[in-house]
Design a protein around this ligand. Structure first.
Ligand SMILES: Nc1ncnc2c1ncn2[C@@H]1O[C@H](COP(=O)(O)OP(=O)(O)OP(=O)(O)O)[C@@H](O)[C@H]1O
Length: 433
């Protein structure tokens, strides 16, 4: 057995009962390790669902054994090839993550529309009303999850449809390689003629490449005219993706565009509960409430909190208590936005710059001093809260997002050039709660 997996399984054994270990893990084999993921083969006769609850524990044990935090993927040794995404000589197969399913997605008010549209497309990829479907939102809000859930659902229904999921970066790399190898026509023909459902992730990553965009424009048109479903994700609406060609913006906007916003408090708690159940963790209501209250924005830190709690409680042999949760949040919090009240930002800026709060918030420009203090407040609000540019603008006399962006750039430049001013802003930042 691979020595790293052996060590990892030994550590896992310490965390679960002998019976579960012998039943599920004694005959696990390593299939492949990449810089992101460990793929393991489980024995024939077992169901992947039996392994999923132990995924987090396995990932923790792997991290303890090797120092690397990698995702675990469970493969059946006689996997039915129709359950993976297609491949040919030009395109590497990219497996969908099984856990990215509709069942595992917690639907909240801020993701309801995106979920419903994704589900409608998955149920009816032939005659979907939403073609293309364009899903956008900030990082870690579930865009890849929904995109892959569409693929998993269609493949799971064994309709024989060819589903191709590919991150935009990989698509660009394939295209470049096809030029180098002189087989661009064959490569492009695969996408135009062999694919029934095309799922492209993170299209904002094409902003630098006109050639890739041109090539995709033709692939898009062929698929669309043939009634093949296309789903795209991005970190911004098509019209706001930097350097995306006008004709792609217009194509991408011709179907349905939906956004995903950061989950609200109740949804964050529901996500935490789901992740804890999937990992067989026993967590009390007050710990869930504490984590959901204190971790906002992306879902990734919520997941990280669950993994850390599991790891800490297993290493320290402690129950998952509120004080353990506090430690975990304190570890994670420097990497995520703190919960800062909008009012505290306004109050602190108003006090420091001696500008009345209503002057900061009014629609007119006001004096030079007021305009400058307002720019600082906008900068701090965008830096310390999870508000979007648009929402920040709305708070300040309904200004539009480009005004906020300009304010942020101005303050950043000033901070770079003026060390004293930079210290003032950093001190304000540190003192706003
Ligand atoms: N509503 C949700 N319910 C359950 N899990 C979620 C939800 N939203 C996100 N997640 C989980 O959070 C993690 C990050 O989600 P995902 O990779 O889909 O984000 P993303 O929006 O594609 O981010 P990026 O733009 O950085 O690629 C995944 O493990 C996903 O399962």
């Amino acid at each position: 057995m691979n020595p790293q997996l052996e060590k990892c399984l030994e550590l896992l054994h310490g965390k679960i009962s002998d019976a579960v270990y012998n039943d599920l893990f004694a005959n696990l084999e390593l299939s492949n390790v990449t810089d992101r993921r460990v793929s393991v083969l489980f024995p024939a006769g077992k169901d992947v669902k039996a392994y999923l609850p132990y995924k987090v524990l396995l990932e923790m044990s792997w991290q303890e054994a090797t120092g690397q935090h990698l995702e675990f993927e469970f493969q059946h040794p006689e996997a039915n090839p129709s359950v993976s995404t297609p491949t040919n000589e030009f395109c590497q197969s990219i497996k969908l993550a099984e856990e990215f399913s509709f069942e595992n997605f917690v639907v909240g008010d801020k993701s309801k529309l995106a979920f419903s549209a994704a589900f409608a497309v998955a149920e009816n990829p032939d005659h979907s009303k939403y073609n293309p479907l364009f899903i956008y939102g900030a990082s870690g809000l579930g865009k890849t999850h929904l995109l892959q859930a569409i693929g998993n659902y269609i493949l799971g229904n064994a309709t024989g449809k060819v589903v191709r999921y590919i991150p935009a970066n990989d698509f660009q790399r394939e295209y470049t390689e096809s030029i180098r190898n002189g087989n661009t026509n064959e490569w492009s023909s695969f996408y135009r003629n062999d694919v029934d459902v095309l799922l492209i992730d993170d299209i904002q990553n094409w902003s630098g490449s006109t050639e890739t965009q041109n090539e995709f424009f033709h692939i898009f048109n062929t698929l669309h005219q043939a009634g093949k479903q296309i789903v795209l994700t991005s970190d911004a609406p098509a019209a706001e993706v930097k350097s995306l060609s006008d004709r792609l913006v217009s194509r991408f906007s011709s179907g349905l565009t939906v956004d995903i916003q950061p989950p609200a408090l109740e949804t964050r708690e529901a996500i935490l509960r789901k992740k804890a159940i999937n990992s067989h963790l026993d967590i009390s209501d007050d710990v869930f409430a504490y984590l959901a209250e204190n971790i906002e924005g992306s879902v990734r830190p919520l997941e990280a909190a669950i993994v850390r709690l599991a790891m800490q409680s297993s290493l320290l042999k402690q129950d998952i208590s509120i004080s353990l949760a506090r430690q975990v949040v304190a570890d994670i919090i420097p990497n995520i936005k703190r919960r800062v009240g909008i009012e505290s930002v306004i109050h602190a800026v108003s006090q420091y710059f001696e500008v009345p709060e209503d002057k900061l918030l009014e629609a007119g420009r006001g004096t030079k001093e007021v305009a400058h203090a307002r720019q600082v407040a906008m900068y701090l609000m965008k830096t310390l809260t999870t508000l979007s540019l648009k929402s920040v603008g709305m708070r300040f006399g309904n200004r539009d997002h480009s005004t906020v962006m300009h304010a942020i750039k101005t303050i950043e430049n000033e901070m770079r050039e003026d060390a004293t001013f930079s210290r003032v802003v950093e001190t304000l930042k540190a003192n706003i709660h």
